[in-house]
Design a protein around this ligand. Structure first.
Ligand code: NAP
Ligand code: ZN
Ligand code: ZN
Length: 348
């Protein structure tokens, strides 16, 4: 066992605080990773505050991190000591159901093992990347390509994967119009990725405050959703809409912005009661209303390689661990440009 420094939530209401946790011994198929950077995802906040249901504390959050392999198990073939690697939202899955066999472990029919707050195979609970080291089975560790800094790469492991997967699935590319609702952690990467894929990209943000940034990140158009005229002007426009808002939105109003066979894809994971929408909002234009969850391991690697090819990293604000609670409040106030990343050296 290895005792490591970490930052943990001890209840749904207390601020996160420094602690130590145990990491298991490196098994034959495991790698030990010295974590260098870990992003703060809005899901960390939903989770530790019990918004998705009661949790077992302490919880060390963090499911988008990058670091260096410092030890490998005797049977490991995919990674070697010194490799630059990353881990996202899952650390295992059943590996034998139809969805796992397709490489879509995020939809594992038996339930995958989430990176933190989940029961692990050995009876312990998983603990995430707000910590100095982690032991993960090699198949759930991906390679960070040279050319991507570990700090800017960390948020790609969740926010990048979560936006890349639906953009690919729903055919974002040349000749397609993509809208991204919410310019936060997921949203800003959705804009960069959709632009790199060749789509015409529109940001739909609450106000015009971040317009310069949105256009710099690759958007062709930028509209404020607090202006009702936006919904009239853009009716029937988009092939794909990514909804990255952490709370509820008026789905009917956004569905009406889809063109024929367009897809409204919700990524945001609000715990608030959902707002229903009229059937005709879907029936008109044969629209699709759907959700998407992170990405499988193979697609996460594909996304990282794509990001390296197009020079895409997250826009980050690097913070020491003692600023995690302050960062949470800023995320909740939509005051993040555009991802907080914890410098894990501050935990050593
Ligand atoms: P974030 O950085 O807080 O970004 C969310 C953005 O939504 C904000 O920056 C803001 O953008 C907009 N927004 C916030 N409150 C709003 C409101 N009341 N009305 C309209 N717009 C609002 O969060 P994130 O880390 O990107 O995560 C976004 C959501 O995705 C969270 O719910 C998270 O749990 C979820 N998530 C899901 C998956 C998945 O697999 N499906 C993976 C990761 C995260 P503007 O200021 O531009 O309006
Ligand atoms: Zn996340
Ligand atoms: Zn499975």
């Amino acid at each position: 066992m290895l005792t490591v420094n970490a930052y943990a939530a001890t209840s749904a209401t207390e601020p996160l605080a420094p602690t130590t946790i145990e990491r298991r011994d490196v098994g034959p198929h495991d790698v030990l990773i010295e974590i260098k950077y870990c992003g703060i995802c809005h899901s960390d906040i939903h989770f530790v505050r019990g918004e998705w249901g009661p949790q077992t504390y302490p919880v060390v959050p963090g499911h988008e991190f990058a670091g260096i392999v410092t030890e490998v198990g005797s049977e490991v073939t995919k990674h070697a000591v010194g490799d630059r690697v990353g881990v996202g939202c899952m650390v295992n899955s059943c590996r034998e159901c139809a969805n796992c066999l397709k490489g879509e472990e995020q939809y594992c029919l038996k339930g995958n093992t989430l990176t933190y707050g989940a029961p692990d195979k050995d009876g312990t609970r998983t603990q995430g990347g707000y910590s100095t080291h982690v032991v993960v089975t090699e198949d759930f560790v991906v390679r960070i390509p040279d050319g991507l800094g570990l700090d800017e790469a960390a948020p790609l492991l969740c926010a990048g994967a979560t936006t890349y997967s639906p953009l690919r699935h729903w055919g974002a590319g040349p000749g397609k119009k993509v809208a991204v609702i919410g310019l936060g952690g997921l949203g800003h990467l959705g804009v960069k990725l959709a632009h790199a894929m060749g789509a015409e990209v529109t940001v739909l943000s609450q106000s015009l405050k971040k317009m310069d940034d949105g256009l710099r990140l690759g958007a062709d158009h930028y509209h404020a959703t607090n202006d009702p005229a936006t919904f009239e002007k853009l009716a029937g426009s988009f092939d794909v809409i990514l909804n990255t808002v952490s709370g509820n939105v008026d789905r009917g109003a956004y569905m009406n912005l889809l063109a024929l066979d367009g897809a409204f894809v919700t990524l945001g994971a609000s715990s608030e009661p959902e707002i229903s929408f009229p059937t005709f909002a879907v029936a008109a234009n044969r629209r699709v209303f759907t959700y998407s969850l992170i990405a499988g391991i193979r697609e996460t690697q594909e996304m990282l390689d794509f990001c390296a090819e197009y020079g895409i990293g997250a826009e980050i604000e690097v913070i020491p661990a003692e600023k995690i609670n302050e960062a949470y409040e800023r995320v909740l106030a939509s005051d993040v440009r555009y991802r907080f990343v914890i410098d894990i050296a501050s935990l050593a």
